[in-house]
Design a protein around this ligand. Sequence first.
Ligand SMILES: [Zn+2]
Length: 168
Amino acid sequence: MVNPQQHSPGTPPDRAALPDVAQVWTWLHAVPDPEIPVISLTDLGIIREVTYEDDTLVVTVTPTYSGCPATSIINLDIETALRGHGVKNIELRRQLSPAWTTDWLTQDGREKLEKYGIAPPQPAGGPEKCPQCGSQHVEKMSQFGSTPCKAQWRCTACLEPFDYFKCI
Ligand SMILES: [Zn+2]
């Protein structure tokens, strides 16, 4: 689900040929995160604003962290998706402040992560429970998992290793 609060109240384009902002949000909701394809960019909460400036669609993106190697892929994916829907004039803006936090991850996104076997981020800085069996007996194995955004943890109940989504 798209969070209605993210919808820009803004500027419905006066030219009927341009898709409205709510429609664009729906399209963006279908663009998967390149690192964790089970969640979309809107689940991740990195798309801050969609608005029109004249007939140019401006999409403002806050990367999960400023050196994230996925950032340029994300921009390309957004552009490809929007062009696929016939949007011609697109401008992608990078907004570094305020910085992305895991609070921006939607509830929907958290549930999808957990179903996929990745423990969603917690304010305490470690996973709440094992995404496989639900045990709270978990230990950190490595600060780095399969991507820089994840750490490798292990459940001491079922002994399964799992990824913890650790972006700040
Ligand atoms: Zn377990």
